[in-house]
Design a protein around this ligand. Sequence first.
Ligand SMILES: [Zn+2]
Ligand SMILES: [Zn+2]
Length: 303
Amino acid sequence: MRSFLEIHPNLVSEWSPVNELGPDQVSYGSNKPIIWNGVCGHTWTATPKNRGNNHGCPYCSGNKVLVGYNDLASVHQGVAAEWSARNLPTTPRQVTARSDKSFWWKCSTCGNEWKARIADRSEGHGCPFCAAVALEKRWQARRDAKQKLLDSKRHNRLIQNRQKQFAKDLENNAFRIAVIRYYSEQTGYLVVYDQIGRIGIPLQFFFPEKCAAIELTSHLKKGWKDWRYENAKNWLCLNSDIKLIRIIPQTGYKFENCKCVRLKNSSAEALNYTLTQVFKRLKIPMDIDVLRDYDKIRRYLEC
Ligand SMILES: [Zn+2]
Ligand SMILES: [Zn+2]
C-alpha cells in the first residue's frame, strides 16, 4: 500500500489530528472520509482520493455553503433581498454567492421576476426589465436631443428666411403701400384707397374725416407727364382744402403745394421714422414698427 503521506507529503499538514488514523496509515486512493483542517482556517471532510485530485477547501472554492462565510445572504445582502418566494424552501443562506445554479429573482424596483445564475447576480447583473427600460430611456433621450437639434435648425432657417424676405420687402414699393395701408387702418379713421373722390382723380390714401391724403411718390421716373399730373393733383387738393402729404425719396424732387416727407433710405428705421412723421402731420399719433408688425403687414401684401 502506498500511503497518503508518501504520495502527497505537501498536504499532510492539513490532516486533522482528530482522525483515528494518520496519513501514513491510509492509502492515497482511499475512499474513507477524513477530516481536514485547511490552512484557510476551515474544517471539512473529504476522502484522500478526492484531496489527491486537487480538491481543496470546499468553502473557499464556493462548492459548499458555510453560513456566515460564503452564503449569498452574507456576501450579497442586496441580491439576497431579491430572492423570489418561488425558490422556497431553498433560501439565500443555503446557496453560495458563487453558485452556477439558476434561481428566481424578484426585482425590488419593478417587481418583475426572472431567472438568473447566482454567480451572474453576484457579479452585478440586475433586472433585465429595468435594464430594458433604462435602455429605452437612453434611446428616447438621444432621439429627443436629435429632434431638438433639428427643430432649432429649422427654427433658425425660418428666422433667416424671414429676415431675408424682410430685407427684400423693404426695397419694394408694393410693400411700402401695404405698410401705409396697414397703419392707416390702425388709425381708426375711415380710409379710402385710390378712388375718384372729391377732386375728380384718385388719391392713394384718402382720409375723408381728416380731409387729408397720403401719396407715396417714389416712382417718378416716367417723365414730364407724370410730374404735371402729380402737380395738378397738388393743386386740386389745395383748392379742395385737402391736406396732401407726399412721401418722397431722399434725393427726389420736392413738390410744391403739398407737404413732403422724405424717406431717407430703405431701412426699417427710416420707414418707421417717415411714417411716424406723416401720421404726426395728420395729427394721429401712431406707434410704428414695421418689423414688429411684419407678419400682419405681409397679409396686406398678399391680398
Ligand atoms: Zn477554506
Ligand atoms: Zn426591475
